[in-house]
Design a protein around this ligand. Sequence first.
Ligand code: FAD
Ligand code: SF4
Length: 519
Amino acid sequence: MASRSPGTNAPVALILGDQLSPDNPALVRALSEGGSALMIEAPGESTRTWSHKARIVMFLSAMRHFAQSLEAQSVPLDYISLEDEPQQPALAARLAGYLRRKLPSAVLLTEPGDWRISREIARACSECAITLEVLPDPHFLVTTRDFARWAADRRTLRMEHFYRHVRRDTGILMEGDEPVGGRWNFDAENRKGFGPAGPAGIGAARRFEPDTVTREVIALVARAFPDHPGSLESFAWPVTRAAAVAALEDFVATRLAAFGPHQDAMWTGEPFLAHSLLSAALNLKLLDPREVIAAALQAYRDGLAPLQSVEGFVRQVLGWREFIRGVYWLDMPGLAGANHFGHHRPLPAWFWTGDTHMNCLRSAIGQTLTHGYAHHIQRLMVIGNFSLLAGLEPGRVSDWFLAIYVDAVEWVELPNTIGMALYADGGRFTSKPYVASGAYTDRMSNYCKGCRYSVRDRSGPRACPITLLYWNFLVVHEQSFLSNPRTRLMARNLSRLDAEARRTLRRAADRTLESLDTL
Ligand code: FAD
Ligand code: SF4
Protein backbone atom coordinates (compact mmCIF):
# COMPACT_ATOMS: atom_id res chain seq x y z
CA MET A 1 0.00 0.00 0.00
CA ALA A 2 1.09 3.58 -0.56
CA SER A 3 3.45 5.29 1.83
CA ARG A 4 2.10 8.62 3.01
CA SER A 5 4.14 9.28 6.13
CA PRO A 6 5.34 12.84 6.72
CA GLY A 7 8.95 11.68 7.26
CA THR A 8 11.40 12.37 10.05
CA ASN A 9 11.06 14.46 13.23
CA ALA A 10 7.51 13.39 13.85
CA PRO A 11 6.26 10.43 15.86
CA VAL A 12 4.71 7.36 14.32
CA ALA A 13 1.85 5.41 15.93
CA LEU A 14 2.35 1.68 15.52
CA ILE A 15 -1.14 0.15 15.28
CA LEU A 16 -1.17 -3.58 15.94
CA GLY A 17 -3.73 -5.95 14.44
CA ASP A 18 -5.73 -6.08 17.68
CA GLN A 19 -5.78 -2.31 18.20
CA LEU A 20 -8.23 -1.26 15.51
CA SER A 21 -10.06 1.50 17.33
CA PRO A 22 -10.21 5.05 15.99
CA ASP A 23 -9.70 6.08 19.64
CA ASN A 24 -6.38 4.21 19.80
CA PRO A 25 -4.43 6.62 22.08
CA ALA A 26 -1.16 6.18 20.18
CA LEU A 27 -2.89 7.16 16.94
CA VAL A 28 -4.68 10.12 18.49
CA ARG A 29 -1.41 11.39 20.04
CA ALA A 30 0.69 10.90 16.90
CA LEU A 31 -1.81 12.80 14.77
CA SER A 32 -2.04 15.63 17.29
CA GLU A 33 1.75 15.98 17.03
CA GLY A 34 1.85 16.02 13.24
CA GLY A 35 2.88 12.38 13.04
CA SER A 36 1.60 9.37 11.13
CA ALA A 37 0.36 5.83 11.52
CA LEU A 38 2.11 2.56 10.76
CA MET A 39 0.51 -0.84 10.29
CA ILE A 40 2.46 -4.02 9.62
CA GLU A 41 1.22 -7.39 8.37
CA ALA A 42 3.81 -9.93 9.47
CA PRO A 43 3.66 -13.50 8.13
CA GLY A 44 5.81 -14.59 11.09
CA GLU A 45 2.86 -13.91 13.41
CA SER A 46 0.79 -16.49 11.49
CA THR A 47 3.48 -19.15 11.29
CA ARG A 48 4.95 -18.80 14.79
CA THR A 49 1.87 -20.66 15.92
CA TRP A 50 0.45 -22.61 13.02
CA SER A 51 -2.63 -20.39 12.75
CA HIS A 52 -6.06 -21.34 11.48
CA LYS A 53 -6.60 -19.72 8.08
CA ALA A 54 -9.74 -17.96 9.36
CA ARG A 55 -7.78 -16.40 12.23
CA ILE A 56 -5.27 -15.00 9.74
CA VAL A 57 -8.06 -13.66 7.53
CA MET A 58 -9.82 -12.15 10.53
CA PHE A 59 -6.77 -10.11 11.51
CA LEU A 60 -5.61 -9.15 8.00
CA SER A 61 -9.03 -8.22 6.70
CA ALA A 62 -9.86 -6.17 9.79
CA MET A 63 -6.48 -4.42 9.50
CA ARG A 64 -7.02 -3.60 5.82
CA HIS A 65 -10.51 -2.28 6.45
CA PHE A 66 -9.18 -0.16 9.29
CA ALA A 67 -6.40 1.15 7.04
CA GLN A 68 -9.03 2.07 4.45
CA SER A 69 -10.99 4.00 7.06
CA LEU A 70 -7.83 5.90 8.06
CA GLU A 71 -7.04 6.68 4.44
CA ALA A 72 -10.61 7.90 3.92
CA GLN A 73 -9.95 10.40 6.71
CA SER A 74 -6.62 11.38 5.07
CA VAL A 75 -4.63 10.02 7.99
CA PRO A 76 -0.99 9.66 6.88
CA LEU A 77 -0.36 5.93 6.96
CA ASP A 78 2.43 3.55 6.05
CA TYR A 79 1.14 0.02 5.54
CA ILE A 80 3.53 -2.90 5.13
CA SER A 81 1.55 -5.77 3.68
CA LEU A 82 2.10 -9.51 3.94
CA GLU A 83 3.93 -9.90 0.65
CA ASP A 84 5.98 -6.67 0.82
CA GLU A 85 9.22 -7.91 2.41
CA PRO A 86 9.43 -11.69 1.98
CA GLN A 87 12.92 -11.82 3.47
CA GLN A 88 11.64 -10.22 6.72
CA PRO A 89 8.70 -12.29 8.02
CA ALA A 90 8.94 -11.19 11.67
CA LEU A 91 7.04 -8.18 12.98
CA ALA A 92 10.05 -6.82 14.88
CA ALA A 93 12.35 -7.12 11.84
CA ARG A 94 9.81 -5.32 9.65
CA LEU A 95 9.46 -2.61 12.27
CA ALA A 96 13.24 -2.21 12.60
CA GLY A 97 13.63 -1.94 8.82
CA TYR A 98 10.96 0.74 8.74
CA LEU A 99 12.52 2.70 11.61
CA ARG A 100 15.94 2.69 9.91
CA ARG A 101 14.40 3.94 6.68
CA LYS A 102 12.10 6.60 8.12
CA LEU A 103 13.75 7.70 11.36
CA PRO A 104 10.61 8.93 13.14
CA SER A 105 11.16 11.00 16.29
CA ALA A 106 9.47 8.33 18.41
CA VAL A 107 7.27 5.26 18.22
CA LEU A 108 3.96 5.61 20.05
CA LEU A 109 2.29 2.35 20.98
CA THR A 110 -0.86 1.51 22.89
CA GLU A 111 -0.21 -1.31 25.40
CA PRO A 112 -0.06 -4.53 23.35
CA GLY A 113 -2.05 -7.63 24.29
CA ASP A 114 0.94 -9.92 24.07
CA TRP A 115 3.94 -9.91 26.41
CA ARG A 116 6.36 -11.25 23.77
CA ILE A 117 5.33 -8.68 21.19
CA SER A 118 5.71 -5.84 23.67
CA ARG A 119 9.28 -7.01 24.38
CA GLU A 120 10.13 -7.49 20.69
CA ILE A 121 8.88 -4.02 19.78
CA ALA A 122 10.85 -2.48 22.67
CA ARG A 123 14.00 -4.30 21.48
CA ALA A 124 13.54 -3.21 17.86
CA CYS A 125 13.11 0.43 18.91
CA SER A 126 16.10 0.28 21.22
CA GLU A 127 18.31 -1.31 18.52
CA CYS A 128 17.34 1.51 16.17
CA ALA A 129 17.85 4.11 18.91
CA ILE A 130 14.26 5.32 18.54
CA THR A 131 12.29 6.30 21.65
CA LEU A 132 9.30 4.05 22.38
CA GLU A 133 6.41 5.44 24.37
CA VAL A 134 3.75 2.98 25.52
CA LEU A 135 0.35 4.47 26.33
CA PRO A 136 -2.30 2.86 28.58
CA ASP A 137 -5.07 1.01 26.75
CA PRO A 138 -8.42 2.65 27.60
CA HIS A 139 -10.33 -0.24 26.01
CA PHE A 140 -10.48 -2.09 29.32
CA LEU A 141 -12.57 -0.92 32.25
CA VAL A 142 -9.89 -1.93 34.76
CA THR A 143 -6.30 -0.84 34.21
CA THR A 144 -3.47 -3.30 34.80
CA ARG A 145 -2.31 -1.08 37.66
CA ASP A 146 -5.74 -1.09 39.34
CA PHE A 147 -5.95 -4.85 38.93
CA ALA A 148 -2.52 -5.28 40.52
CA ARG A 149 -3.63 -3.05 43.40
CA TRP A 150 -6.81 -5.11 43.85
CA ALA A 151 -4.80 -8.35 43.74
CA ALA A 152 -1.99 -7.17 46.03
CA ASP A 153 -3.68 -7.70 49.36
CA ARG A 154 -5.32 -11.01 48.47
CA ARG A 155 -4.15 -14.50 49.24
CA THR A 156 -6.23 -15.97 46.41
CA LEU A 157 -7.48 -14.39 43.20
CA ARG A 158 -11.11 -15.20 42.57
CA MET A 159 -13.12 -13.87 39.64
CA GLU A 160 -16.28 -13.64 41.74
CA HIS A 161 -14.64 -11.27 44.25
CA PHE A 162 -13.18 -9.16 41.44
CA TYR A 163 -16.51 -9.06 39.60
CA ARG A 164 -18.39 -7.82 42.67
CA HIS A 165 -15.67 -5.24 43.30
CA VAL A 166 -16.00 -3.93 39.70
CA ARG A 167 -19.79 -3.92 39.85
CA ARG A 168 -19.69 -1.86 43.04
CA ASP A 169 -17.07 0.40 41.55
CA THR A 170 -18.91 1.01 38.26
CA GLY A 171 -22.50 0.76 39.53
CA ILE A 172 -23.25 -1.74 36.74
CA LEU A 173 -26.28 -3.89 37.65
CA MET A 174 -26.38 -2.26 41.09
CA GLU A 175 -29.18 -0.65 43.11
CA GLY A 176 -27.30 1.36 45.68
CA ASP A 177 -25.00 -1.11 47.44
CA GLU A 178 -27.05 -4.13 46.41
CA PRO A 179 -26.98 -6.14 43.17
CA VAL A 180 -30.03 -5.68 40.95
CA GLY A 181 -32.48 -8.50 41.69
CA GLY A 182 -30.87 -9.10 45.08
CA ARG A 183 -28.34 -11.63 43.77
CA TRP A 184 -24.82 -11.38 42.41
CA ASN A 185 -25.16 -14.35 40.13
CA PHE A 186 -27.61 -16.73 38.55
CA ASP A 187 -25.20 -19.59 37.98
CA ALA A 188 -27.57 -22.13 39.51
CA GLU A 189 -30.20 -21.35 36.84
CA ASN A 190 -27.65 -20.82 34.07
CA ARG A 191 -26.20 -24.32 33.77
CA LYS A 192 -29.01 -26.21 32.12
CA GLY A 193 -28.70 -28.74 29.32
CA PHE A 194 -31.31 -28.73 26.56
CA GLY A 195 -33.06 -32.00 27.32
CA PRO A 196 -33.81 -34.60 24.62
CA ALA A 197 -35.64 -32.13 22.32
CA GLY A 198 -32.53 -30.03 21.90
CA PRO A 199 -32.29 -26.28 21.43
CA ALA A 200 -35.40 -24.48 20.24
CA GLY A 201 -36.34 -20.90 19.61
CA ILE A 202 -32.81 -19.52 19.39
CA GLY A 203 -32.38 -17.08 16.50
CA ALA A 204 -29.67 -17.84 13.94
CA ALA A 205 -26.61 -15.62 14.25
CA ARG A 206 -26.18 -13.05 11.49
CA ARG A 207 -23.47 -13.87 8.94
CA PHE A 208 -21.31 -11.19 7.37
CA GLU A 209 -20.62 -12.22 3.81
CA PRO A 210 -17.07 -11.35 2.73
CA ASP A 211 -16.77 -8.10 0.75
CA THR A 212 -14.12 -7.43 -1.89
CA VAL A 213 -11.36 -6.73 0.63
CA THR A 214 -12.09 -9.87 2.61
CA ARG A 215 -12.35 -11.97 -0.55
CA GLU A 216 -8.91 -10.72 -1.61
CA VAL A 217 -7.49 -11.56 1.80
CA ILE A 218 -9.10 -15.01 1.68
CA ALA A 219 -7.39 -15.64 -1.66
CA LEU A 220 -4.09 -14.31 -0.31
CA VAL A 221 -4.23 -16.49 2.81
CA ALA A 222 -5.16 -19.57 0.79
CA ARG A 223 -2.11 -18.88 -1.41
CA ALA A 224 0.36 -17.91 1.33
CA PHE A 225 -0.62 -20.44 4.00
CA PRO A 226 -2.00 -23.42 2.03
CA ASP A 227 -1.05 -26.07 4.61
CA HIS A 228 -2.43 -24.22 7.63
CA PRO A 229 -5.37 -25.75 9.47
CA GLY A 230 -8.99 -24.75 9.10
CA SER A 231 -11.42 -23.84 6.40
CA LEU A 232 -12.21 -20.49 4.80
CA GLU A 233 -15.40 -21.58 3.11
CA SER A 234 -17.74 -20.37 5.83
CA PHE A 235 -15.85 -17.23 6.82
CA ALA A 236 -18.56 -14.76 7.91
CA TRP A 237 -17.06 -12.82 10.80
CA PRO A 238 -17.53 -9.06 11.22
CA VAL A 239 -14.27 -7.37 10.20
CA THR A 240 -15.28 -3.70 10.37
CA ARG A 241 -16.58 -1.50 13.13
CA ALA A 242 -19.95 -1.16 11.35
CA ALA A 243 -20.31 -4.93 11.00
CA ALA A 244 -19.27 -5.45 14.63
CA VAL A 245 -21.96 -3.01 15.78
CA ALA A 246 -24.48 -4.87 13.61
CA ALA A 247 -23.33 -8.17 15.18
CA LEU A 248 -23.89 -6.72 18.65
CA GLU A 249 -27.38 -5.52 17.70
CA ASP A 250 -28.16 -8.91 16.18
CA PHE A 251 -27.08 -10.72 19.35
CA VAL A 252 -29.12 -8.48 21.62
CA ALA A 253 -32.21 -8.76 19.40
CA THR A 254 -32.10 -12.50 18.68
CA ARG A 255 -30.07 -14.41 21.30
CA LEU A 256 -29.35 -12.47 24.50
CA ALA A 257 -32.69 -13.47 26.07
CA ALA A 258 -31.78 -17.15 25.64
CA PHE A 259 -28.10 -16.71 26.60
CA GLY A 260 -28.38 -17.38 30.33
CA PRO A 261 -30.07 -20.71 31.00
CA HIS A 262 -28.22 -22.71 28.35
CA GLN A 263 -24.86 -20.95 28.17
CA ASP A 264 -23.04 -24.16 29.15
CA ALA A 265 -25.03 -26.49 26.89
CA MET A 266 -23.78 -28.05 23.64
CA TRP A 267 -25.54 -29.70 20.71
CA THR A 268 -24.34 -31.55 17.63
CA GLY A 269 -24.51 -29.42 14.49
CA GLU A 270 -25.26 -26.23 16.48
CA PRO A 271 -21.94 -24.41 16.72
CA PHE A 272 -23.20 -21.04 17.97
CA LEU A 273 -26.43 -21.51 19.98
CA ALA A 274 -27.23 -18.33 21.97
CA HIS A 275 -23.63 -17.14 22.25
CA SER A 276 -22.75 -13.61 21.21
CA LEU A 277 -19.85 -14.38 18.82
CA LEU A 278 -18.45 -11.00 19.81
CA SER A 279 -15.07 -12.04 21.22
CA ALA A 280 -13.05 -11.43 18.04
CA ALA A 281 -14.68 -8.03 17.46
CA LEU A 282 -13.99 -7.11 21.08
CA ASN A 283 -10.42 -8.36 21.05
CA LEU A 284 -9.55 -6.53 17.83
CA LYS A 285 -11.11 -3.42 19.47
CA LEU A 286 -13.81 -3.06 16.83
CA LEU A 287 -16.17 -2.96 19.80
CA ASP A 288 -15.78 -1.36 23.20
CA PRO A 289 -16.79 -3.53 26.17
CA ARG A 290 -18.71 -0.57 27.63
CA GLU A 291 -21.03 -0.40 24.62
CA VAL A 292 -21.49 -4.17 24.69
CA ILE A 293 -22.47 -4.07 28.37
CA ALA A 294 -24.66 -1.00 27.81
CA ALA A 295 -26.56 -2.77 25.01
CA ALA A 296 -27.27 -5.76 27.28
CA LEU A 297 -28.41 -3.51 30.14
CA GLN A 298 -30.69 -1.58 27.80
CA ALA A 299 -32.29 -4.84 26.64
CA TYR A 300 -32.98 -5.67 30.30
CA ARG A 301 -34.51 -2.25 30.94
CA ASP A 302 -36.64 -2.60 27.80
CA GLY A 303 -37.90 -5.98 28.95
CA LEU A 304 -36.29 -7.77 25.99
CA ALA A 305 -34.09 -10.08 28.08
CA PRO A 306 -34.43 -11.48 31.61
CA LEU A 307 -31.99 -10.60 34.38
CA GLN A 308 -30.48 -14.10 34.51
CA SER A 309 -29.38 -13.80 30.86
CA VAL A 310 -28.20 -10.21 31.13
CA GLU A 311 -26.26 -10.84 34.34
CA GLY A 312 -24.83 -14.05 32.87
CA PHE A 313 -23.59 -12.11 29.86
CA VAL A 314 -22.32 -9.07 31.78
CA ARG A 315 -20.41 -11.46 34.07
CA GLN A 316 -18.48 -12.73 31.03
CA VAL A 317 -17.54 -9.30 29.69
CA LEU A 318 -17.18 -7.23 32.86
CA GLY A 319 -16.05 -10.12 35.04
CA TRP A 320 -14.14 -12.84 33.24
CA ARG A 321 -12.70 -10.77 30.39
CA GLU A 322 -11.30 -8.02 32.62
CA PHE A 323 -10.16 -10.50 35.29
CA ILE A 324 -8.32 -12.71 32.81
CA ARG A 325 -6.49 -9.73 31.38
CA GLY A 326 -5.44 -8.61 34.85
CA VAL A 327 -4.11 -12.08 35.66
CA TYR A 328 -2.15 -12.21 32.40
CA TRP A 329 -0.21 -9.01 33.04
CA LEU A 330 0.24 -9.86 36.72
CA ASP A 331 1.68 -13.31 36.09
CA MET A 332 3.66 -12.97 32.87
CA PRO A 333 6.15 -14.18 31.83
CA GLY A 334 6.03 -17.05 34.38
CA LEU A 335 2.48 -18.02 33.38
CA ALA A 336 3.58 -19.13 29.91
CA GLY A 337 5.93 -21.82 31.28
CA ALA A 338 3.70 -23.09 34.10
CA ASN A 339 3.34 -26.87 34.28
CA HIS A 340 2.03 -27.75 37.74
CA PHE A 341 1.40 -31.43 36.98
CA GLY A 342 4.59 -31.89 34.93
CA HIS A 343 2.63 -33.02 31.86
CA HIS A 344 4.64 -33.56 28.68
CA ARG A 345 2.52 -35.58 26.26
CA PRO A 346 2.27 -34.19 22.69
CA LEU A 347 -1.09 -33.38 21.12
CA PRO A 348 -2.75 -36.22 19.20
CA ALA A 349 -2.68 -35.55 15.46
CA TRP A 350 -6.50 -35.26 15.34
CA PHE A 351 -6.34 -31.93 17.17
CA TRP A 352 -5.54 -30.56 13.69
CA THR A 353 -8.13 -32.62 11.77
CA GLY A 354 -10.99 -33.44 14.15
CA ASP A 355 -10.64 -37.02 13.00
CA THR A 356 -11.40 -38.88 16.23
CA HIS A 357 -14.12 -41.36 17.21
CA MET A 358 -14.88 -39.37 20.36
CA ASN A 359 -17.98 -37.51 19.25
CA CYS A 360 -17.59 -34.67 21.76
CA LEU A 361 -14.08 -33.86 20.56
CA ARG A 362 -14.94 -34.47 16.92
CA SER A 363 -17.80 -31.96 17.20
CA ALA A 364 -15.90 -29.30 19.15
CA ILE A 365 -12.72 -29.54 17.07
CA GLY A 366 -14.68 -30.02 13.84
CA GLN A 367 -16.62 -26.76 14.25
CA THR A 368 -13.39 -25.06 15.36
CA LEU A 369 -11.73 -26.05 12.08
CA THR A 370 -14.79 -24.95 10.10
CA HIS A 371 -15.49 -21.64 11.82
CA GLY A 372 -12.49 -20.83 14.04
CA TYR A 373 -15.02 -20.87 16.86
CA ALA A 374 -16.16 -23.00 19.77
CA HIS A 375 -17.99 -21.66 22.78
CA HIS A 376 -16.55 -21.51 26.27
CA ILE A 377 -17.70 -24.88 27.58
CA GLN A 378 -16.56 -26.66 24.42
CA ARG A 379 -13.12 -25.10 24.93
CA LEU A 380 -13.04 -25.67 28.69
CA MET A 381 -14.96 -28.87 29.38
CA VAL A 382 -14.45 -30.78 26.13
CA ILE A 383 -11.06 -29.86 24.65
CA GLY A 384 -9.48 -28.49 27.84
CA ASN A 385 -10.80 -31.33 29.99
CA PHE A 386 -9.43 -33.95 27.59
CA SER A 387 -6.07 -32.14 27.43
CA LEU A 388 -5.73 -32.14 31.20
CA LEU A 389 -6.93 -35.72 31.70
CA ALA A 390 -4.59 -36.95 28.94
CA GLY A 391 -1.59 -35.10 30.40
CA LEU A 392 -0.92 -33.00 27.29
CA GLU A 393 1.89 -30.49 27.67
CA PRO A 394 0.42 -27.10 28.67
CA GLY A 395 2.69 -25.08 26.36
CA ARG A 396 1.68 -27.15 23.34
CA VAL A 397 -2.02 -27.00 24.26
CA SER A 398 -1.75 -23.25 24.67
CA ASP A 399 -0.05 -22.91 21.27
CA TRP A 400 -2.96 -24.83 19.76
CA PHE A 401 -5.60 -22.61 21.40
CA LEU A 402 -3.69 -19.51 20.29
CA ALA A 403 -3.51 -20.79 16.72
CA ILE A 404 -7.00 -22.09 16.20
CA TYR A 405 -9.61 -19.49 17.25
CA VAL A 406 -10.48 -16.29 15.40
CA ASP A 407 -10.57 -14.45 18.74
CA ALA A 408 -7.21 -15.71 20.00
CA VAL A 409 -4.90 -13.08 21.47
CA GLU A 410 -2.40 -14.15 24.08
CA TRP A 411 -3.63 -12.00 27.00
CA VAL A 412 -6.96 -13.84 26.94
CA GLU A 413 -5.97 -17.24 25.54
CA LEU A 414 -3.06 -18.02 27.89
CA PRO A 415 -4.69 -17.59 31.33
CA ASN A 416 -7.80 -19.41 30.09
CA THR A 417 -5.73 -22.34 28.85
CA ILE A 418 -2.92 -22.53 31.39
CA GLY A 419 -4.93 -21.43 34.41
CA MET A 420 -8.55 -22.30 33.87
CA ALA A 421 -8.49 -25.34 31.60
CA LEU A 422 -5.24 -27.05 32.61
CA TYR A 423 -4.64 -25.90 36.22
CA ALA A 424 -1.02 -25.67 35.12
CA ASP A 425 -0.49 -22.64 37.38
CA GLY A 426 -1.41 -24.76 40.42
CA GLY A 427 -4.68 -22.96 41.10
CA ARG A 428 -3.58 -19.33 41.02
CA PHE A 429 -7.14 -18.23 40.24
CA THR A 430 -9.23 -21.40 40.24
CA SER A 431 -10.12 -23.31 43.37
CA LYS A 432 -9.79 -26.75 41.75
CA PRO A 433 -8.87 -28.45 38.48
CA TYR A 434 -11.88 -28.41 36.11
CA VAL A 435 -12.00 -32.13 35.42
CA ALA A 436 -15.13 -34.09 34.62
CA SER A 437 -16.08 -37.55 33.47
CA GLY A 438 -18.12 -38.22 30.35
CA ALA A 439 -21.25 -37.92 32.51
CA TYR A 440 -20.85 -34.12 32.42
CA THR A 441 -20.74 -34.13 28.61
CA ASP A 442 -23.76 -36.42 28.54
CA ARG A 443 -25.70 -34.05 30.80
CA MET A 444 -24.79 -30.92 28.86
CA SER A 445 -25.03 -32.18 25.26
CA ASN A 446 -26.26 -34.89 22.95
CA TYR A 447 -22.71 -35.84 21.91
CA CYS A 448 -22.70 -39.17 23.73
CA LYS A 449 -25.78 -40.39 21.83
CA GLY A 450 -23.91 -40.60 18.56
CA CYS A 451 -20.59 -41.82 19.92
CA ARG A 452 -18.73 -45.06 19.32
CA TYR A 453 -17.91 -45.11 23.04
CA SER A 454 -20.25 -45.76 25.93
CA VAL A 455 -20.20 -42.85 28.35
CA ARG A 456 -20.88 -44.85 31.53
CA ASP A 457 -18.20 -47.48 30.87
CA ARG A 458 -14.72 -47.10 32.22
CA SER A 459 -13.68 -50.61 31.23
CA GLY A 460 -14.17 -52.83 28.24
CA PRO A 461 -13.79 -52.19 24.51
CA ARG A 462 -16.36 -49.36 24.45
CA ALA A 463 -15.09 -47.57 27.54
CA CYS A 464 -15.47 -43.82 27.16
CA PRO A 465 -11.91 -42.43 27.14
CA ILE A 466 -13.05 -39.32 29.01
CA THR A 467 -14.64 -41.34 31.79
CA LEU A 468 -11.69 -43.73 31.98
CA LEU A 469 -9.08 -40.95 32.05
CA TYR A 470 -11.14 -39.01 34.61
CA TRP A 471 -11.10 -41.91 37.04
CA ASN A 472 -7.43 -42.45 36.35
CA PHE A 473 -6.79 -38.76 37.11
CA LEU A 474 -8.61 -39.12 40.44
CA VAL A 475 -6.51 -42.14 41.37
CA VAL A 476 -3.25 -40.41 40.46
CA HIS A 477 -4.15 -37.21 42.33
CA GLU A 478 -6.19 -38.77 45.13
CA GLN A 479 -4.25 -37.20 48.00
CA SER A 480 -4.36 -33.65 46.68
CA PHE A 481 -8.03 -34.03 45.78
CA LEU A 482 -8.78 -35.26 49.30
CA SER A 483 -6.97 -32.31 50.83
CA ASN A 484 -8.98 -29.73 48.84
CA PRO A 485 -12.52 -29.16 50.19
CA ARG A 486 -13.72 -28.39 46.63
CA THR A 487 -12.58 -31.78 45.28
CA ARG A 488 -12.86 -33.97 48.37
CA LEU A 489 -16.23 -35.41 47.34
CA MET A 490 -14.88 -36.40 43.92
CA ALA A 491 -11.96 -38.25 45.49
CA ARG A 492 -14.20 -39.96 48.06
CA ASN A 493 -15.89 -41.79 45.20
CA LEU A 494 -12.65 -43.72 44.86
CA SER A 495 -13.37 -45.54 48.12
CA ARG A 496 -15.65 -47.77 46.03
CA LEU A 497 -12.60 -49.12 44.17
CA ASP A 498 -10.44 -51.79 45.78
CA ALA A 499 -6.74 -52.17 45.00
CA GLU A 500 -7.30 -54.61 42.14
CA ALA A 501 -9.93 -52.36 40.53
CA ARG A 502 -7.48 -49.47 40.72
CA ARG A 503 -4.70 -51.50 39.11
CA THR A 504 -7.03 -52.57 36.30
CA LEU A 505 -8.11 -48.98 35.79
CA ARG A 506 -4.52 -47.72 35.70
CA ARG A 507 -3.53 -50.36 33.13
CA ALA A 508 -6.51 -49.52 30.89
CA ALA A 509 -5.73 -45.80 31.19
CA ASP A 510 -2.07 -46.42 30.31
CA ARG A 511 -3.13 -48.28 27.17
CA THR A 512 -5.44 -45.40 26.24
CA LEU A 513 -2.73 -42.83 26.86
CA GLU A 514 -0.34 -44.78 24.64
CA SER A 515 -2.82 -44.75 21.77
CA LEU A 516 -4.26 -41.23 21.86
CA ASP A 517 -3.83 -40.86 18.10
CA THR A 518 -6.29 -43.67 17.39
CA LEU A 519 -9.06 -42.76 19.87
P1 FAD B 1 -20.00 -15.45 24.83
O1 FAD B 1 -20.27 -16.77 25.43
O2 FAD B 1 -21.09 -14.80 24.11
O3 FAD B 1 -19.46 -14.50 25.99
C1 FAD B 1 -19.50 -13.07 25.85
C2 FAD B 1 -18.12 -12.47 25.90
O4 FAD B 1 -17.55 -12.63 27.18
C3 FAD B 1 -17.11 -13.08 24.94
O5 FAD B 1 -17.22 -12.52 23.66
C4 FAD B 1 -15.78 -12.74 25.61
O6 FAD B 1 -15.33 -11.48 25.22
C5 FAD B 1 -16.14 -12.71 27.09
N1 FAD B 1 -15.72 -13.95 27.76
C6 FAD B 1 -16.47 -15.02 28.03
N2 FAD B 1 -15.76 -15.93 28.73
C7 FAD B 1 -14.52 -15.42 28.86
C8 FAD B 1 -13.33 -15.90 29.46
N3 FAD B 1 -13.26 -17.08 30.08
N4 FAD B 1 -12.24 -15.12 29.37
C9 FAD B 1 -12.27 -13.92 28.78
N5 FAD B 1 -13.38 -13.42 28.19
C10 FAD B 1 -14.49 -14.17 28.24
N6 FAD B 1 -11.60 -15.95 24.62
C11 FAD B 1 -11.06 -15.12 23.73
O7 FAD B 1 -11.61 -14.04 23.50
N7 FAD B 1 -9.90 -15.44 23.09
C12 FAD B 1 -9.25 -16.61 23.32
O8 FAD B 1 -8.20 -16.87 22.73
C13 FAD B 1 -9.82 -17.52 24.25
N8 FAD B 1 -9.22 -18.71 24.50
C14 FAD B 1 -9.79 -19.55 25.40
C15 FAD B 1 -9.15 -20.77 25.68
C16 FAD B 1 -9.69 -21.65 26.59
C17 FAD B 1 -8.98 -22.94 26.91
C18 FAD B 1 -10.89 -21.32 27.25
C19 FAD B 1 -11.48 -22.26 28.25
C20 FAD B 1 -11.54 -20.13 26.99
C21 FAD B 1 -10.99 -19.22 26.08
N9 FAD B 1 -11.61 -17.99 25.79
C22 FAD B 1 -11.03 -17.15 24.90
C23 FAD B 1 -12.80 -17.55 26.55
C24 FAD B 1 -14.16 -17.90 25.90
O9 FAD B 1 -14.19 -19.27 25.60
C25 FAD B 1 -14.41 -17.07 24.65
O10 FAD B 1 -14.27 -15.71 24.96
C26 FAD B 1 -15.84 -17.27 24.14
O11 FAD B 1 -16.08 -18.63 23.90
C27 FAD B 1 -16.03 -16.46 22.88
O12 FAD B 1 -17.27 -16.71 22.30
P2 FAD B 1 -18.47 -15.66 22.35
O13 FAD B 1 -17.99 -14.34 21.90
O14 FAD B 1 -19.62 -16.26 21.66
O15 FAD B 1 -18.69 -15.57 23.92
FE1 SF4 C 1 -17.25 -37.93 24.55
FE2 SF4 C 1 -17.30 -40.21 25.98
FE3 SF4 C 1 -19.56 -38.98 25.34
FE4 SF4 C 1 -18.13 -40.19 23.46
S1 SF4 C 1 -19.14 -41.16 25.18
S2 SF4 C 1 -19.11 -38.19 23.31
S3 SF4 C 1 -16.05 -39.79 24.18
S4 SF4 C 1 -17.95 -38.16 26.65
